[in-house]
Design a protein around this ligand. Structure first.
Ligand code: NDP
Length: 283
């Protein structure tokens, strides 16, 4: 039976580390780190994510500014707000919650954020640095996944890592981080042939698909590490991941639960990025 990788506990550890880092920074005369979160519209899931991020920011001793905007906000209005936040010396991290309404082009907004304040790591400059292997601000979810894998004690060198999903937010940056850790990386997507076979060869599986219980237990190699990024709400209200947890637990050595796996660690990494951004801006 697989051991559970407890994202909640790991997240608490990282958050405590960040909190101590903030206290030390401020004690040494550094400015209090400030994170601005922008939410356009009233999507209930996004509201919960942003609320949790704000709460965690304050608990880490940082300053949080939440800016809710109506769903009718225009692209130019949002660009103007970003411009103001870029210039605001009390703000060191800017997070625009995705997805944005259809009248706003996400890429345009992400490109407008000062790369030094880009705590989500989505600006093309930071993406480019991630590709080159010299990034400071990297996407929070893949960073969280790396932290969870670390907890298992697995040395990724030479291991087969299979990522299912190739989004800009999760799959692609995940591949780059695993590559940097010297894993042999396969990225799968909706056109992949023999997906089951590819997953079967994986020492590490990262599932980021967005389909409930999509990865089956008999796809899993015995002893593998399974990281389930997916968050799916079933019609009965229950939250499940992209991996059939019960069945996969019988084959895997380690597995993350949903909820309580990748989600909490993602938030912890955002806080760490905000502290990093503050230090970089201040130097
Ligand atoms: P996207 O919808 O952007 O990407 C999903 C990916 O899954 C795509 O690359 C798609 O392939 C692939 N896919 C879809 N169907 C199949 C299939 N049948 N076989 C193989 N691959 C398939 O999702 P995100 O990456 O943004 O998110 C994925 C999941 O992770 C969601 O449940 C989301 O809620 C969750 N999430 C969780 C976070 C956390 O903090 N825990 C953070 C971010 C996301 P193709 O490109 O070919 O269409």
């Amino acid at each position: 039976m697989a051991q559970i990788i407890d994202g909640k506990t790991i997240s608490q550890q990282v958050r405590q580390e960040v909190k101590e880092g903030v206290a030390q920074w401020v004690k040494g005369g550094g400015v209090i780190p400030g994170l601005a979160t922008v939410l356009v519209g009233d999507d209930p899931a996004s509201q919960v994510y942003v609320k949790n991020k704000n709460k965690a920011t304050v608990e880490a001793g940082m300053h949080s500014r939440h800016i809710p905007l109506p769903v009718t906000t225009s692209e130019s209005q949002l660009l103007e707000l970003i411009d103001n936040l870029n210039r605001d010396s009390s703000i060191h991290g800017i997070l625009v919650q995705l997805p944005l309404p259809s009248q706003i082009k996400s890429s345009k907004i992400l490109e407008a954020i000062d790369p030094k304040k880009d705590v989500d790591g989505f600006h093309p400059i930071n993406v480019g640095r991630l590709v080159s292997g010299d990034a400071t601000l990297m996407p929070c979810t893949p960073l969280g996944v790396m932290r969870l894998i670390k907890e298992t004690g697995m040395d990724l060198r030479g291991k087969n890592a299979v990522i299912v999903g190739r989004s800009n937010i999760v799959g692609k940056p995940m591949a780059l981080l695993l590559l940097q850790a010297n894993a042999t990386v396969t990225i799968c997507h909706s056109h992949t042939k023999d997906l089951q076979q590819k997953v079967k060869e994986a020492d590490v599986v990262v599932a980021a698909i967005g389909k409930p219980n999509f990865v089956k237990g008999d796809w899993i190699k015995t002893g593998a590490v399974i990281i389930d990024v997916g968050i799916n709400r079933l019609p009965n209200g229950k939250l499940v991941g992209d991996v059939d947890f019960e069945a996969a637990s019988r084959e895997a050595a380690w597995i993350t639960p949903v909820p309580g796996g990748v989600g909490p660690v993602t938030i912890a990494m955002l806080l760490n990025n905000t502290l990093l951004a503050t230090k970089n801006i201040s130097h």
